[in-house]
Design a protein around this ligand. Sequence first.
Ligand code: ATP
Length: 376
Amino acid sequence: MGQLSLKQITKTFGTFAVVKGVSLDVHEGEFMVFVGPSGCGKSTLLRMIAGLEHTTDGDIVIDGKRVNDLAPVKRGIAMVFQSYALYPHMTVFENIAFPLRVEKASEADIRTKVEEAARILHLETHLEQKPGNLSGGQRQRVAIGRAIVRKPGIFLFDEPLSNLDAALRADMRIELTRLHKQLGATMIYVTHDQVEAMTMADRIVVLNGGYIAQVGAPLELYHKPQNTFVAGFIGNPRMNLLPVTCRAVTDAGVEVDFNGQSLTIAVDVPAATRSTLAGASLSLGIRPEHIAIGDGDAVMAVTPSVVEYLGQQTIGYAPLPNRDETFCFVFSGTQMVEDDIPINVSFATSDCHLFDADGQALPRRVDASELGAPGG
Ligand code: ATP
């Protein structure tokens, strides 16, 4: 129970297309996160799965059954919203019990299920309180409790932690991961926060303008982004993209000219496109955390205009000649880099990414260990 397939789902509001042909399989027991910038359609997609929004085209299939025309309560799902949506005049017990009362469950059944949910969510001592007397995190747990008692095959979360402060969000992230392990249910979680996506997901769906930009495990998206959109969206600060020219394609990878230096980046290029690549303009991607001070495979001089000292990290921003973008570097620890004083920074070719003129990645050859494979 809890398997979901989306088949060419589209959604238009009037003539405005918001979701533009999304196909996706979510496996039973999987924690799937939808992430993307504001307006990319992630909440609309979740609301269509929930049945709160009509699907313009395509099929939504849950456990082998097309559910497009089924009412939300008949889909075997439960949804948790950012706003908690609790009844202020009811106690925590009654809020959690609410869907069971609607189903006309027996008093004994209600008590057993509410107490079980309260135990899982550490709310036992709050059952007689009203939501107004609880913290934001406790209120969100009540909302989750109300979902748990329905024993859904699929939990849907729409930015559930957005109203909480940073410390509480970090705590709740850990609690939700624990809850997912404990319940073993399928969970689909919408967020614009990439830290939530990276830390909680089994797989992440990155949405861009109503399309899927990439689906993959968190480390796969970090180490092998398929396009510049995902490369820029996953990772903070975002990946630097630098213009380079392809000199040649060899079995070792693609040789590029970077500021007069010849770098060979280990990427795969299909034999058929090798000849078209020579002389082409490409983008070389390098993450700020992969930049070091001093010598390396590739060296460049930068003059930081702003430096941020965070204690555990030193972050610098330097203008790039003839470009609107800013080059960013992150050094670990405190490094005495100063504004407006030029420094030499470097990076290793093994950390580089390459993208063609359309922003599509030339696939990197990465170590299995980078993708989180045990013993790889
Ligand atoms: P956010 O993170 O800001 O919530 P999102 O990715 O969840 O963004 P959606 O809420 O799915 O985005 O909205 C996608 C687009 O659809 C937005 O441009 C939004 O204005 C539009 N939209 C959503 N609901 C409606 C509606 N009922 N009528 C018209 N347009 C809508």
